[in-house]
Design a protein around this ligand. Structure first.
Ligand code: DGL
Length: 276
């Protein structure tokens, strides 16, 4: 791996939860981010449509210089994982690169976290319909709740409005009734309301933010890459060496101004998204 440039994509702003974690953990890494704002939401579309979008997004990111794809959208991750050959196609676009999605790392973390083997999932309808968590968690009781109203509320910046709270309560109730001890925030947007979920579920329930687990995996992967030729360098040094001047570019398929504004607020530094 000579010069890592991550190609991160999501249907919109949600994948920034992953980008933010990546920046925090691997400050030297360069990436290109694509938010498919013209076609958002993915979470109510069929899996085959979403896989097609994911392939187009990957081609775009490759053309912009990305070398390794990060599928920073749960709906796209679910659609790809459940569709035979889809992950391979994406890997091939990036010359057989390893691919990262946000579902497998979250599943691993949930397995480690749960004591009673009852895991709750909040996700978009398409992700829930894919039954991917059930497939990846045999032997566990998985309670998946589709929460379609949350994405538009979070996109609108309504995270802490009372309306959002009461809608979220409806979604969280079945998880409480089922007695889950772990909840996966199975949509990129939900980490924005993680605190609300925590307050409603209570302190004893573990909340899994896939962005954190995914960034951890990516960091580990990069660390392993350097372990062979450069035994003594720390990851940070190594990455800084690779990418002395890390660059980050943001592209969207619609509404670059609105995206830039929201993204800057969330990432804590100015962002200028370009229209593709
Ligand atoms: N990014 C999507 C996900 O993680 C949520 C937004 C959408 O529905 O497009 O599932």
């Amino acid at each position: 791996m000579k010069n890592v440039v991550l190609g991160i994509f999501d249907s919109g702003i949600g994948g920034l939860t992953v980008a933010r974690e990546i920046e925090r953990r691997i400050p030297g890494v360069s990436y290109v981010y694509f938010g498919d704002t013209a076609r958002l939401p993915y979470g109510t579309k069929t899996a085959s449509t979403v896989v097609n979008y994911a392939i187009q997004n990957s081609k775009f990111l490759k053309a912009k210089g990305a070398t390794m794809p990060i599928i920073a959208c749960n709906t796209a991750s679910a659609a790809i994982l459940k569709t035979k050959g889809a992950n391979k196609k994406i890997s091939l676009i990036f010359k057989n690169s390893k691919t990262f999605n946000v579902i497998e790392p979250a599943v691993e973390a949930a397995k480690e976290a749960t004591k009673n083997k009852k895991i709750g999932v909040l996700a978009t309808p398409t992700t829930v319909n894919s039954r991917i968590y059930e497939r990846l968690l045999p032997g566990y009781k998985v309670v998946s709740v589709p929460a379609p109203l949350l994405v538009p509320l979070i996109e609108a910046g309504w995270e802490y409005r009372p309306e959002t709270k009461s809608i979220l309560r409806e979604y969280v109730n079945p998880l409480k009734k089922a007695g889950v001890d772990t909840v996966i925030l199975g949509c990129t947007h939900y980490p924005f309301i993680a605190k609300l979920v925590r307050d409603m579920m209570g302190d004893k329930v573990k909340i899994i933010n896939p962005a954190v687990q995914t960034a951890e995996k990516i960091e580990l992967f990069v660390r392993q890459q350097k372990a062979k030729p450069q035994g003594v360098l720390t990851t940070r040094n190594y990455l800084n060496k690779l990418n002395k001047y890390p660059h980050r570019r943001f592209y969207v398929s619609d509404l670059p101004k609105g995206f830039s504004k929201q993204a800057a607020r969330f990432m804590g530094h100015p962002i200028k998204a370009r229209l593709i």
